[in-house]
Write a protein that binds this ligand. Structure first.
Ligand SMILES: CC(C)(COP(=O)(O)OP(=O)(O)OC[C@H]1O[C@@H](n2cnc3c(N)ncnc32)[C@H](O)[C@@H]1OP(=O)(O)O)[C@@H](O)C(=O)NCCC(=O)NCCS
Length: 185
């Protein structure tokens, strides 16, 4: 059966998920060619340490979700993850006073294009509504066409573009800020 044929089960990440989550994030956001030999385990170790702290402090302001496959022979396999946090804007920022921010969305290469990211993002929207926060933001790199299409398909709009002001960042793709209004009050 195709991985992810039935909708995944979405649940909060647990400490025992850490090794899997770290591998998923390393594999999704870094090119192993840039981290040869023993540097790659160092990278996953760094991600795991960082994630451990966030998981330990998961609370009413920050959640890390995982998507677990439910179709045999992949049942129980961790296929994706995402984080959502509740944030307060600085007085000079254009954001609403309280807003929700989505980050670190990743789906395993073996089960992409099966709707898993969409399920994770829908779960983030449900959490945000539960927090009674109706303004959802995220960032995406302009050259990440797949992610951009995913977000636009779910109703996110591009509201700002930032390119780096530093000389070493010149030539890098722009970072897009995307926004979705969950409910008009
Ligand atoms: C981006 C990512 C999370 C998408 O996960 P996914 O589970 O494959 O996404 P979905 O199956 O829910 O995609 C839903 C829709 O989004 C669009 N989409 C998703 N990935 C796409 C791709 N690579 N190319 C074009 N469109 C894409 C399509 O419209 C797709 O619908 P379709 O498959 O019916 O055409 C995944 O590719 C990933 O982990 N990439 C590496 C990490 C990353 O870039 N994260 C986002 C950081 S902002």
């Amino acid at each position: 059966m195709v991985p992810g044929a039935s909708p995944p089960r979405i649940r909060s990440a647990r400490l025992e998920d850490l090794p899997c989550l770290a591998r998923l994030l390393a594999d999704s956001f870094y090119d192993p060619e840039d981290w040869p030999g023993f540097f790659y385990p160092l990278l996953t170790f760094g991600i795991q340490t960082d994630l451990r702290q966030r998981l330990q402090y998961q609370s009413q302001t920050c959640r890390c979700l995982t998507a677990i496959l439910s179709s045999p022979p992949w049942s129980g396999e961790l296929a994706g993850s995402v984080e959502i946090s509740r944030r307060l804007s600085w007085p000079w920022q254009v954001f609403p006073k309280t807003y929700a921010y989505v980050a670190n969305l990743a789906v395993g290469r073996f089960c992409r294009r099966r709707g898993i990211a969409s399920h994770l993002l829908k779960a983030c929207e449900a959490i945000s509504l539960d927090w009674q926060i109706y303004d959802l933001y995220l960032h995406v790199m302009a050259d990440n066409r797949g992610a951009l299409r995913l977000y636009q398909g779910l109703g996110f709009k591009i509201i700002a573009m930032t390119s780096t002001a530093f000389p070493w960042g010149q030539g890098r793709p722009e970072r897009l800020l995307m926004y979705k209004k969950l409910k008009h009050i």
